[in-house]
Ligand binder design. Structure first.
Ligand SMILES: NC(=O)c1ccc[n+]([C@@H]2O[C@H](COP(=O)([O-])OP(=O)(O)OC[C@H]3O[C@@H](n4cnc5c(N)ncnc54)[C@H](O)[C@@H]3O)[C@@H](O)[C@H]2O)c1
Length: 360
């Protein structure tokens, strides 16, 4: 088992990679939690893994209560957070009780938000079951729900007490979901670690075949990079913004596609366009954007807007980018690659230049 520490003073915690689900109860025993634990999950994940985690918690002496929310983004709402509060209150949960999120990013974000707000904050633990949740959403304390007017607009920074990763659960994850997580893994190579980028390009077949050794390595390295960035800038006042690489354009594509395209796939195209933009603006040389594009394409992602059912216009993308909450004073900050393993955050670009990029 590998342990990666997220170093945030008295809110520090470990990510335990290679922890068997059946050992979850024993791992939680060490956290000094109260007896009552709510296991929040969805029907898909519950059917596959819920009972194993409940048994493990019970064996470790916890009173484990399952709480199910519907599968999918539709459950990331204040209404569903409220349903969790109700289940906790009816069952006399108190400030010492803990919430455990067993699922992908949706369950993790919702459970974290419920934990941050129930009785002004109770402990919570993440057991991510998608690749995206393992390498990204379970780490760093961004919790929240969606609002009818936009995604992730209601939320809190609230760190888990532990993240437990059992990679064997990825065997049941649909290929499409695995690939969505790979977009985030590739992102870490581009923004932070050229050697990791190289590893991803040399070991693609083993990774896509879920070979345990390479899977463990890419999850560990991604967790290390996210942990390091978050430890240096928990609240995104500077460095953490680099994690948005590919996301600003990606989010605009997601919106233009009316959320029919999965986030990871939109981020993949967003990263390609960010790299092309970096080349156009003179931040990087042609080999950088070429390598980014080739790696992303080699994993089976679409890399061009022309491949979409409806090609969005530059104006459409720009409008979303401007109302995106990451915009400051109307000028959007973009994260662009300088070389493999290093990015720059810049507002130095114009609408005309973006028009040229999208038209190209
Ligand atoms: N908090 C953050 O920092 C952060 C970062 C990135 C994304 N997010 C959020 O994460 C969410 C997306 O997360 P996601 O991609 O994990 O999607 P998801 O949680 O919807 O899971 C994807 C699908 O896989 C199923 N599933 C999960 N684990 C499985 C398994 N082991 N076997 C079979 N099926 C399984 C789920 O039931 C679901 O149908 C979005 O809401 C996004 O906003 C948050």
């Amino acid at each position: 088992m590998h342990t990666v520490n997220v170093n945030l003073g008295d809110r520090s915690y470990d990510i335990e990679i290679g922890c068997n689900l059946d050992a979850a109860g024993a791992r939680l025993q060490k956290l000094g939690l109260g007896k009552k634990v709510a296991l929040v999950t969805n029907p898909t994940v519950s059917k596959l893994y819920g009972q194993r985690v409940i048994d493990s918690l019970s064996k470790a002496g916890f009173l484990a209560m399952p709480v199910e929310v519907p599968d999918g983004e539709q459950s990331k709402t204040l209404d569903w957070a409220n349903s969790i509060y109700t289940a906790l209150l009816i069952n006399s949960f108190d400030r010492t009780s803990a919430l455990v999120a067993l699922g992908g990013g949706v369950v993790g974000d919702l459970t974290g938000f419920a934990a941050a707000t129930f009785m002004r904050g109770v402990p919570f633990i993440q057991i991510p079951t998608t690749l995206l949740a393992m390498v990204d959403s379970s780490i760093g304390g961004k919790t929240g729900v969606n609002h009818p007017l936009g995604k992730n607009l209601i939320g809190a920074f609230y760190q888990p007490k532990k993240v437990l990763i059992d990679m064997t659960v990825l065997q049941s994850l649909p290929k499409k979901e695995f690939l969505a997580g790979m977009a985030e893994v590739i992102k870490y190579g581009i923004i932070w670690d050229a050697e990791f980028f190289e590893y991803l390009s040399k070991n693609r077949e083993m990774i896509l075949a879920l070979e345990p050794g390479s899977l463990e390595w890419i999850i560990k390295r991604s967790c290390e990079i996210k942990a390091e960035v978050v430890s240096k800038d928990e609240r995104e006042s500077g460095l953490r913004a680099i994690l948005n690489f590919g996301h600003t354009i990606g989010h605009a594509i997601e919106t233009a596609e009316d959320y029919t395209m999965s986030h990871g796939y939109a981020v993949a195209i967003g990263m390609v366009y960010a790299a092309r933009f970096a080349l156009q603006l003179g931040f990087c040389d042609p080999s950088v954007s070429e390598r980014v594009e080739n790696l992303i394409a080699s994993y089976g992602f679409q890399v061009d807007l022309s491949a979409l059912t409806r090609r969005p216009t530059a104006n459409e993308l720009l409008t979303t980018m401007q109302i995106d909450k990451k915009a400051e004073g109307g000028k959007v900050r973009l994260v662009l690659p300088k070389k493999i393993g290093e990015v720059v955050i810049t507002k130095e670009w114009s609408e005309n230049q973006l028009q040229d990029l999208i038209a190209g």
